[in-house]
Ligand binder design. Structure first.
Ligand SMILES: NC(=O)c1ccc[n+]([C@@H]2O[C@H](COP(=O)([O-])OP(=O)(O)OC[C@H]3O[C@@H](n4cnc5c(N)ncnc54)[C@H](OP(=O)(O)O)[C@@H]3O)[C@@H](O)[C@H]2O)c1
Length: 268
């Protein structure tokens, strides 16, 4: 049985990945979709012409990860695509963030992604593909988004190294590093979205399509949009202390404007 596995399939980039794998790769017998919201996954199964095997799991829980591992051991599928898109980010200084959110980001974005990749690897044959959703946040530490950016730096580094490790098995790993994408991500992230992020907000369908194209071409990185390519280049050429200084100055300017906006929100 040839399958794809997509985590984070209930919304945004994971959901788009399922649709596009179905549209472009007819050879799969099923796609295993993973997320907590079962109803969303059921809804998606009505929209695609390939059978979806629904795993309503919380990937931060060891017993839920074990359910996926047990299904793999039982079915012994041939996994052609693994897309790790489950992830979340919370904005705000660490000192003001709940323990649940701070540690939860590491559990989902790093631990679960690593666990899923590790458990699926034995079921991947030559010419299979792994797509790991990192982020442009991986390129530079981000005060105010510190844990999230650090988790994405982990995904970025892990994926590039794994790509080299799996060369002999002809399995390609692509780290996807978009800037802001219009998904539910920002509902959970909280905070005020800066204007520059709103201006470069990308369409999830296009980001997922480019990620799949880059993965098929065995590219190690998938960076959507010239703006993000430029940002990547800047983080390679300019010392990070200078870029961080500019970032902090921009954040201070934003904070100075915030009290008025907050008052309006509370009165509403
Ligand atoms: N949107 C952006 O601007 C952006 C930019 C760069 C990178 N990314 C990365 O791209 C990936 C996809 O993000 P998105 O924009 O598509 O966000 P999204 O629309 O919020 O989707 C996140 C997905 O993760 C799943 N998820 C969250 N917590 C989970 C848990 N504990 N267990 C299992 N699944 C869980 C959600 O499903 P349930 O809630 O149903 O569990 C949902 O399907 C993430 O890794 C994100 O960091 C996003």
């Amino acid at each position: 049985m040839k399958i794809g596995i997509v985590t984070g399939a209930s919304s945004g980039l994971g959901r788009e990945s399922v649709i596009q794998l179905w549209e472009h790769f007819g050879g799969m017998d099923a796609i295993w979709v993973v997320a907590r919201r079962r109803e969303r996954l059921l809804e998606l199964s009505q929209q695609v012409g390939v059978p979806l095997c629904i795993f309503s799991l919380d990937l931060t829980k060891g017993r839920d990860l074990a359910v996926l591992a047990a299904a793999l051991a039982k079915e012994k599928p041939q996994v052609k695509f693994l897309v790790n898109a489950a992830g979340f980010g919370k904005t705000g200084p660490l000192a003001e963030m709940s323990m649940e959110d701070s540690v939860g980001m590491v559990q989902l974005n790093c631990t679960a992604l690593t666990a899923v990749t590790r458990m699926v690897l034995p079921y991947m044959a030559e010419n299979s593909r792994i797509i790991q959703y990192a982020s442009g946040a991986a390129f530079l530490p981000q005060p105010g988004f510190a844990v999230y950016a650090a988790t994405k730096a982990y995904v970025f580094s892990f994926s590039r190294a794994l790509n080299r490790e799996l060369k002999d098995r002809r399995i390609c790993v692509t780290a996807v590093c978009p800037g802001p994408v219009r998904t539910e991500f920002f509902d959970r992230a909280g905070g005020t979205l800066p204007l520059y992020k709103r201006l470069v907000m990308a369409n999830p369908r296009r980001v997922a399509a480019k990620a799949i194209r880059d993965s098929i071409a065995c590219r190690e990185l998938s960076i959507y949009s010239p703006a993000m390519e430029l940002f990547f280049l800047l983080t390679k050429l300019v010392p990070h202390r200078l870029l961080l200084g500019a970032l902090l100055a921009a954040q201070t300017r934003m904070r100075q404007k915030l009290p008025a906006a907050r008052t309006v929100t509370k009165e509403d």
